[in-house]
Every structure is written in C-alpha cells, then in structure tokens.
Design a protein around this ligand. Structure first.
Ligand code: MEV
Length: 314
C-alpha cells in the first residue's frame, strides 16, 4: 500500500529566535510543498530517496554514519512507526520537494510533518496532533532546540500564533496581502544560528531580555493591526522586528541590503527564519507588488511572490 502526504513551506512573520526563548511568534504557510510517499516492502530495510540524498539501512541497525546524516529524522519516524506496529517488514520512502533547502522556509519541518503523516498512514491514520508530536521529536534528532513553531504551522497551515509553552491557535484575518520572498542564496544552519543567539543571550542577559520585551510588544501590536486590517502598521512592525534581529547579529550584509531594497517600496521587510543567510520577506499588496519584485530581482536574489496557503498537511 502506498501512503502519500504533503506539507507546505512556512514563513515567520514575527518572532523567530525570540520564540525559542518563550516569546510568541506569528507564522503562516505558503504554496510551496513537499510530497512524501511511503510504501511497505518485504525487505527488512528502510530506503529513502530524496534531494538530500539516498539511504538504505537495516530496520534495526544504527550505524555511526547515521549520526550526522540529514535524513536521520526520517529514519527516526520510520523506526518508531515500524516498532509501534510490531512489524518486521521494511519501508521505502520518497521525498519530493519544491521548497528550497536551508533558506528559512521550513523545508526540514515540512518534510518531517509530511513524512510522519505518510509513513504512519501505511498502518493507521494518526491525528494531526499525533503527527505534529512525532514530527517535532524527529526534527529534534538534528535540531535539539527547536521551538516546534515551524512544525506546528506546517501541520495546521494558514496563519498561526505560536507560543512554545501555551501552544498555538489559528488566526482569522481579512487582511489581504502578498509576500515578496527573496532568497539571498546564502544557505545557513538553523542549529548554528540558534546557538549563536544563545551565546548572545548568555553574554548580554539584560539586553536580550529587553529585546524579548520589545518583541512581545511588537507582536501584540501586530495582532492588533491584523484585526484592524492595517497593512501599513503591520509592515512598519515587521521592519521594527527586523531591527531587533539585526541587533541580535543574525543578518548578513546581503540580507541587510535585500531588506533595505524591499523597504523602499513595500510596507515593511525583514528576514524570515533563522537568518545568517536564507530569505527575506517584503509585505505588499497589488499597489506595490510589481515594483518590489522588480527591485529585488535586480539584486542577485531568487524572488517569488506568495500568499497564505490555508491547506496545511494533506
Ligand atoms: C527557524 O525557522 C525559527 C527559529 O526561531 C528556530 C525555532 O523556532 O525553532 C530560529
């Protein structure tokens, strides 16, 4: 039996990094997806075929090589599900993604969510809550400190407010906007940047705590702007969020330039995701979309336009 699942890429509108330290974040999903298909096979192996590489390993043996393998989260999910279903058969997994890897669009989380749904779907249908739990556990195999925000939005889709302690809720908004997304083509390691921010926090505790307070205020105001459909204020707050991220040291020269170019025509712009490379977003509507896109395209970046995708995991 073949089980196929798909999960969307994500954008962090507000709160990356601070969310790891207890602050709220606002996230949404966009219309770029990963599709994972899984098949039960007689051979006692887990076979993975993906753009991150291919792997074939015995269902129970854990070789040293696997420790640093980027496919480790999928092995974790496959083993956990085979164990739970008490079966000696193997699994063949194929991952096809249109989400660029390592640029802050949640490729790893979307893959974990789609893989958890696809692999478990061979045996029984897990609830979204169970899939999310499994996906976060799997992602922790390669990124221990994850807040879980990315997996949550990739599972439920739409626009969400996330808090690592209190959970998350879907937000309803009539605010009509698009995001111009510009990929700097500088790849990053989320794990590395998150540790860099932890070092910053350890060295500058009071300053970091004042940043968290400011971020909290920015997000409360952003929630108000969402309710009032105020794109102008929402954009200004995104730019304020960027200033804090810049002071945290997660912006590169290229990202700073892209943000400045986007700010020239959009309602506001910031990096999205861990930073240290990856993507920036500019908030636009029909009045300034074309100009923002054209200006960013002139800056040696890969650009595209997205709107919120409400489908989540399918
Ligand atoms: C990465 O997309 C977002 C971070 O806040 C890490 C996390 O929340 O797990 C940097």
């Amino acid at each position: 039996m073949k089980s196929i699942s798909s999960a969307p890429a994500k954008i962090i509108l507000f709160g990356e990094h601070f969310v790891v330290h207890g602050v709220k974040a606002l996230l949404c999903t966009i219309d770029k997806r990963v599709i994972v298909s899984s098949n039960q096979i007689d051979e006692k192996v887990i076979k993975i075929k993906s753009t991150l590489g291919n792997l074939s390993t015995n269902i129970s043996s854990k070789s040293i090589d696997e420790q640093k393998n980027p496919l480790k989260p999928f092995l974790y999910i496959a083993r956990k599900i085979l164990e739970k279903n008490n079966t000696n058969s193997g699994i063949e997994i194929e991952i096809n993604s249109e989400i660029p890897i390592g640029v802050g669009l949640g490729s790893s989380s979307a893959c974990c969510v789609a893989a958890a749904a696809s692999i478990s779907g061979i045996f029984d249908k897990l609830s979204r809550e169970q899939i999310l739990k499994l996906a976060i556990e799997a992602e922790r195999e390669i990124f221990q400190k994850t807040s879980g925000a990315d997996c949550a939005v990739c599972t439920y889709g739409g626009l969400i407010e996330f808090n690592a302690k209190e959970g998350f809720s879907n937000l309803e908004s009539k605010m009509d906007f698009s995001l111009v997304i510009a990929n700097s083509k500088e790849t990053h390691s989320t794990n590395h940047i998150v540790h860099k921010v932890q070092d910053f926090k350890d060295k500058h505790q009071e300053l970091f705590s004042s940043f968290c307070d400011k971020e909290n205020m920015i997000i409360e105001k952003a929630l108000g702007a969402l309710e009032e459909n105020n794109l102008v204020v929402f954009g200004q707050l995104m730019s304020k969020n960027q200033d804090l991220l810049d002071q945290l040291g997660v912006t590169t020269a290229k990202l700073r330039n892209l943000v400045n170019v986007a700010r020239g025509t959009s309602y506001g712009a910031k990096i999205t995701g861990a930073g240290g490379g990856g993507c920036i977003i500019g908030l636009v509507d029909d009045s300034n979309l074309d100009n923002t896109l054209a200006n960013l395209k002139n800056q040696d970046s890969e650009c595209f336009v997205s709107k919120i995708d409400y489908n989540g995991l399918t």
